[in-house]
Design a protein around this ligand. Structure first.
Ligand code: NAD
Length: 257
């Protein structure tokens, strides 16, 4: 098994990428700490893992709050004795996030608090646990919009993901000699509730689809597979990198008809 004897903490584990990753990590032998703001959905993921014979606990935490992040890491070490994999994945895309003219300061602050500060706090409290374990892997969920601009504006989200990517690179260098690898996942548009709520008209949907060479939105399971590789020792020479999984969007100048 690819994560045998490892302990992984996944934020946003109640839904989407986080849920699929938590379940996949457990299938590959990890004990998984399923963290979410929504305690019920975190418990749902925990139950699913346990029903297949895996090891998991559910923790309610708000990644934008320092005490919650400290406590989720403490809970991981208390339950399973150590932490090897930290997947800072929780994030939001606010329905009112738009261009700079119409996005409110409240939407900006909320988005930055969860998406950027949340990753910072996950690292602040999680990296010491990886140091205690003798090393490990940190995976931060950024986005393709950290690399490419979109005319379907979501300025706060895009800025927050740029922060995640820049922070990932710097932390990777700082901790490179400690056997701690830190990489960013950059998924393109996925068929998830988060994105489908944002692309709430057919016109908005088609506007995105036309730019995807593969011709469809990605699936959260496809991102979980990439996270698994980054979590495992198979990616042992990869750090400070952006792992782009986007159906070919960033490679395309003109997409096929
Ligand atoms: P999702 O909405 O299905 O899951 C996100 C989870 O995070 C939810 O369970 C939610 O309750 C939790 N969460 C939200 N705020 C939180 C907080 N403050 N503390 C703890 N948990 C919190 O979304 P998803 O599509 O699986 O997104 C996961 C990550 O992937 C996000 O960071 C998102 O920005 C990123 N991403 C998504 C897409 C996409 O197309 N869906 C593309 C690129 C990147």
């Amino acid at each position: 098994m690819r994560l045998e004897d490892k302990v992984a903490l996944v934020t946003g584990a109640g839904s989407g990428i986080g849920r699929d990753s938590a379940i996949l990590f457990a299938k590959e032998g990890a004990a998984v700490v399923c963290v979410d703001l929504n305690e019920n959905t975190a418990r749902g993921t925990e139950a699913e893992i346990k029903s297949s014979g895996g090891r998991a606990i559910a923790i309610r935490a708000d990644v934008a709050i320092g005490d919650d992040c400290r406590e989720m890491v403490e809970a991981a070490e208390r339950a399973f004795g150590k932490l090897n994999v930290l997947f800072n994945n929780a994030g939001i895309m606010h329905a009112d996030d738009d261009d700079a003219l119409s996005t409110t300061e409240h939407v900006w602050e909320l988005t930055m608090d969860i998406n950027a500060r949340g990753v910072f706090l996950g690292c602040k409290y999680g990296i010491p646990a990886l140091q205690r374990a003798g090393g490990g892997s940190v995976i931060n969920t950024a986005s393709l919009v950290a690399l490419m601009g979109s005319a379907a504006a979501q300025v706060a989200y895009t800025a927050s993901k740029g922060a995640v990517l820049a922070m990932t690179r710097e932390l990777a260098i700082v901790h490179a000699k400690e056997n701690i690898r830190i990489n960013a996942l950059c998924p393109g548009p996925l068929k998830t509730e988060l994105l489908m709520k944002f692309l709430d008209t057919d016109a908005k949907l088609q506007r995105r689809l036309v730019h995807i060479p593969i011709g469809r939105f990605g699936e959260t399971k496809e991102i979980a597979q990439a996270a698994l590789w980054l979590a495992s020792d198979e990616s042992s020479f990869m750090t400070g990198a952006q792992f782009v999984i986007d159906g070919g969007i960033s490679a395309a100048y003109v997409t096929p008809e």
